[in-house]
Design a binder for this molecule. Structure first.
Ligand code: ADE
Length: 239
């Protein structure tokens, strides 16, 4: 998976994703991260990339041409038209399902806006997907791009140490994850649930499934409606 992030703050992307699991995935060559500085494509001798909005109003608008040139450079490098995600509160809301859909791409371009946005004309020409990470307004698209890159990367084979672990976590099958415990067996007077010490794999699996069901019902009942439940699951929840 090759990510290309068009941004006015490339250091944010580089510094934000070079640690831990994503940093290691880059080192291993499982993913690559190309932060492209839009300012480097300014057509102005003062390296400006923004200007006043036509029609007036507060703030500045990112101009079309620098964004377009940054995009064109990436497109030429890839050799075809990639999917281009514009991070905007006006997009469809990001979810595990969207992460799974995008994880199948070879290249993904993220376009990060700032100020009052980007000239609509270049968005019309290059953007294939408008995506929001939630119903709140951030100061720029960099954090949303990083959120998406993190969520997509952990679905790329080899990125997680354990290939099966992605599918047992929250939102797989629209169920929340069961609680986890590690040593010691007793902490602050609280004991690890007996079944987890039993060594009985079948009972452990059953208990974990039930915990997932209870948690989802209590914390995210909206997800439960989408979950694929067995007859046994439904029986358990009804009792
Ligand atoms: N840019 C500003 N706010 C955003 C949000 N919530 N999601 C995606 N991009 C954004």
């Amino acid at each position: 998976m090759n990510y290309h992030v068009l941004t006015l703050f490339p250091e944010m992307i580089e510094n934000g994703l070079n640690t831990s699991i994503i940093g290691r995935a880059i080192e291993k060559g499982l993913i690559s991260l190309n932060a492209v500085d839009i300012r480097g494509f300014s057509v102005n001798k003062h390296k400006r990339v923004d200007d006043y909005p036509y029609g007036g109003g507060a703030g500045m608008v990112m101009q079309a041409e620098p964004v377009y040139r940054a995009y064109e450079t990436v497109r030429e490098q890839i050799g075809r038209r990639p999917r281009v995600v514009y991070l905007t509160p006006q997009g469809r809301v990001f979810s595990q399902a969207v992460a799974e859909e995008l994880a199948g791409e070879e290249d993904l371009v993220f376009l990060c806006g700032h100020y009052e946005g980007i000239d609509e004309r270049v968005l019309e020409e290059v953007v294939t997907d408008n995506i929001s990470i939630g119903d709140y307004v951030l100061t720029g698209g960099e954090l949303p791009a990083m959120v998406m890159i993190d969520a997509i990367s952990r679905l790329v084979p080899g990125v997680l140490n354990n290939d099966v672990s992605a599918e047992f976590e929250s939102f797989y099958d629209n169920l929340l994850e069961y609680p986890q415990y590690s040593r010691p067996e007793e902490w602050h007077g609280k004991k690890v649930p007996e079944v987890l010490l039993s060594g009985h794999h079948g009972n452990v699996e059953k208990w974990r499934r039930q915990q997932s069901l209870i948690r989802t019902a209590e914390r995210r009942p909206d997800l439960l409606k989408e979950a694929k439940l067995t007859k046994k699951d439904v029986e358990y929840l009804e009792n």
